[in-house]
Design a protein around this ligand. Sequence first.
Ligand code: E4P
Length: 220
Amino acid sequence: MKFFIDTANLDQIKEAMDLGILDGVTTNPSLMAKEGIVGVDNVMNHYTAICELVDGDVSAEVIATDFEGMIKEGEMLADLHPNIVVKIPMTIPGIKAISYLTQQDIKTNCTLVFSSGQAILAAKAGATYVSPFIGRIDDIGWDGMELINEIAEIYAMQDFDTEILAASIRNPKHIIDAALSGADVVTCPLDAILGLAKHPLTDIGLEKFLADHKKANQGH
Ligand code: E4P
């Protein structure tokens, strides 16, 4: 399973890169706005900066909602760097844009996916990735992980090539459950990735090893 970081923050991307476990980055318009990246030139420069930091796919989302606008923006984003994946919302013009960009050999990530029907359409259009939003489904009292399971079953049964990118991950448990459910990729906030390493017995065990070592080595 691939690990992507879900942020536009360069420091956090670098911190995750330094762990040696990062395979890519996803961003969205909200995450770009959170970093104060505004204006077309700044946005384009920021995507380039992310691509120069990370050796892996970097999802950059279109703002246009019409077919022509999405493909124009998608082609512009794809021209920035070979690692750019054009992120397109799950809408009817979005499906058309994914089909078109796929034919141009441009990688796509179909975002804002909340049902298996939407995931089937994304795969049929040739999306490189499909992004079901686990956390937002959980937020409304449904079960986000059930959706990952169902999509994984359908894609395996139908031999679809589209990779399942579990998005809207909120915590380490989401990452473990996504792995168990057959996600190909998880995109997570840095905290959720770091949280995987934490266990109280690890801390207690390390403390004891170091104390025993110190005691045994006194006077040596
Ligand atoms: C990434 O591709 C998605 O845009 C992101 O994971 C959404 O996460 P959120 O639901 O926490 O905003």
